[in-house]
Write a protein that binds this ligand. Sequence first.
Ligand code: PLP
Length: 325
Amino acid sequence: MGAAPRASAAARAAPRLSPPRAGSVLDLVGGTPLLDVTAMGPTLAPGVRLYAKLEGCNPGGSVKDRAALWMMRHGLATGALRPGKTVVDSTSGNTGIALAMIGAALGYPVTLVMPENVSRERKRIIHAYGARVVFSSGMEGSDGAILRCRALVADDPERYFKPDQYFNEMNPRAHFESTGPEIWRATAGRVTHFIAGIGTGGTVMGTGRYLKQQNHAVQVIAAEPDDALHGLEGLKHMASSIVPGIYHEGELDLKLGIPTDDAYNMVYRLGREEGLIVGQSCGAAHLAALSIARTLTQGTLVAIFPDFGDRYLSTNLWLGWQTHP
Ligand SMILES: Cc1ncc(COP(=O)(O)O)c(C=O)c1O
């Protein structure tokens, strides 16, 4: 059964008649919308607002377009990326898609190392952009891909430009210069809490730094899987992972562990109650945001929703939906 009908101004609004024009897909990176998802927390105090920043609206379909674009542009600016070079990186999916898209748009070949068990949709999207894929062991997760990629580059260092999202300061910088300012402007400076999952940590570090620079009191909260063995593709359980060089836990106000099942169930609810089909890390971020929101009487919380759910339709995420009431 569906939820009770909700009145919404948006349901009555005319369609937008002035969509943006761009000369390249790269000009469409960023500028993603904030969606008010306050209604998902019926017990919240009236002064609390909860927003999801829909990073699936980027042209490559995820938050990773930002980091990939900044890293590639920096490579071009410094000459580290120049004609004759192949872009290579290890990625659990979204960064690979972003690099493949940007490589195609700029005319650079891209080789990606990823665990063999990433979703079929992701592999196909990457192939569709014309990139080459090297598979690492699915059992070794993203760390296995990192090690395999290092070996590939060591064999022929001159051939490759490796953005290295785990250690490249352009990754958090992308969020410091785009995600952070967008949130600040979209909330008219009212944001009180920022919530993001941790993959490389680029999003939470860069956005958090910008928001704290505007207002010291903004709380920066990270969501991670609550266990080393988890099903939250794109996220890292820090205590059992290689810690990224760009990740500095001391800059966080709080880190919350989210169980995989709870994140999946939240994804199903977002589909039914908000008309939003998203990836599992969105479920995790939203749960973290809700748990904070419930403790507040006033606040404007913004959680990053890294991607939409269509690239996970063949994964375990949607197997569970069959049995969910
Ligand atoms: C689906 C998904 N969620 C969250 C993240 C986390 O982003 P970050 O690497 O900026 O921490 C990623 C990154 O790969 C991702 O792919």
